[in-house]
Design a protein around this ligand. Structure first.
Ligand SMILES: Cc1ncc(COP(=O)(O)O)c(C=O)c1O
Length: 386
């Protein structure tokens, strides 16, 4: 008889609280089955309050948010936009949508986020060339906040605005402020794999009312105030559905529990694996606290006895999804030829980095099984090599 296959453990699956359907019922009862309505207005207000900013614009995705943010900061074709290299492609794809030029900056020695010293070097070099970037996109990777103190010093010195790509970091804090509240404008994502989800969705958050007003305008096809349909500039259909905003409102209510559950995952893995030779955990920020969206490790095969890929494939053979850390953007064919400052550190993180299953609905038994399998990987690989 075949062995029964255990249910798949996903990297970061959606986690409904049960309240979502009640909120969706309200959306249906009001018949606002449209990309606007009372649920969208309430979700924006509640999220702005949570993040600690005064304005928000709910959108179809985080990627739409980054695209609009570039428009709001008047990024023009040919302009340079500085951006972390160790991130998901959605951080920089919108730079290419605008025919602008991404310039990639490596992560730090003690952080997987943008290195503030390299960022400063690049800004200094841009200033010497007489061509400052139009914007800098800062990512809070895997929910861990970047070093905003140093970053903001450099960017404000050159008066270059920043976009905070907090797609992975909702609920993280730095210097007493929540992710999304740093920089001129913050971007959130509610994609299905994020700490809370609307299935797909995103939001722009900012204290700048004018920017958010313009985001609403551009996201709704840039329709001029006229009785007929008139458009003086290019618009987008980037709004969030009222039905999805209803899901988001219920999810936001359980966000503190979701953060706590993901922190428990991290603590469990840390306790089991931190002392194992060859395993290191993603460095943590000392001026704030992450939301522990994903727990990530690096594996040094010469010390651990198995490579990252061997561990990942072994977990996959047990129906467990783990993923390599993001492939840095300077290594991606789609971004070939764009400038990069540094790059070796993020390349090394990519070669050894593994994101462990981190869902807020993981059970202790799941965590136990995953950790035991990881530890067994080095023995089984050592045994096969004999
Ligand atoms: C760092 C980062 N930026 C941007 C995005 C884009 O968000 P979305 O999937 O909502 O478009 C994501 C996730 O998908 C992300 O991880």
């Amino acid at each position: 008889m075949d062995k029964p296959v255990l249910p798949r453990i996903y990297l970061s699956p959606p986690h409904m609280s049960g309240e979502e359907l009640e909120f969706v019922k309200h959306a249906f009862a009001s018949n606002w089955i449209a990309p606007l309505g009372p649920q969208v207005d309430a979700f924006e207000a509640e999220m702005a309050e949570y993040v600690g900013v005064s304005h928000a614009a709910a959108l179809a995705s985080g990627t739409a948010g980054i695209h609009l943010a570039l428009r709001l900061l008047d990024v023009q074709p040919g302009d340079e936009v500085l951006c972390s290299t160790l991130t998901f492609s959605a951080t920089a794809n919108p730079v290419l949508y605008e025919h602008a030029q991404p310039v990639f900056i490596d992560c730090g020695a003690a952080s997987w986020n943008i290195d503030p010293a390299l960022l400063r070097e690049e800004l200094d070099a841009c200033a010497r060339r007489g061509r400052l970037p139009r914007a800098v996109i800062i990512v809070d990777l895997y929910g861990e906040p970047a070093d905003y103190h140093e970053i903001e010093k450099s960017c404000s010195h050159y008066e270059v605005p920043t976009i905070q790509d907090a797609a992975e970091a909702l609920g993280a804090t730095y210097g007493g402020r929540r992710a999304g509240a740093h920089g001129q404008i913050g971007v959130l994502s509610f994609n299905g794999n994020k700490i809370i989800t609307t299935s797909g969705g995103g939001m722009l958050v900012s204290d700048n009312e004018e920017l958010i007003k313009r985001a609403h305008f551009l996201a709704a096809q840039a329709r001029d105030p006229a009785p007929h349909y008139q458009h003086s500039c290019l618009g987008f259909n980037y709004r969030m559905s009222n039905v999805l905003a209803a899901i988001g409102r219920a999810q936001l209510r359980v966000l503190p529990e979701r953060i706590a559950a993901r922190r428990r995952n991290f603590e469990f893995y840390f306790q089991r694996l931190a002392a194992v030779p060859g395993i290191e955990f993603m460095p943590r920020q000392t001026h704030g606290s992450g939301n522990h969206w994903l727990t990530c490790i690096t594996i040094d095969p010469s010390e651990f006895g198995a490579t990252r890929e061997e561990v990942r494939l072994m977990l996959e053979a047990h129906n467990i999804e783990a993923r390599p850390v993001w492939k840095p953007l300077h290594m991606q064919p789609v971004f070939a030829g764009y400038r990069v400052r540094g790059g070796e550190r993020s390349t090394a993180v990519f070669e050894r980095g593994l994101c462990l299953p981190s869902g807020s609905n993981l059970s202790r038994a799941d965590l136990e099984r995953i950790s035991t399998l990881i530890l067994a990987a080095r023995q089984s690989v050592a045994a096969t090599a004999l």
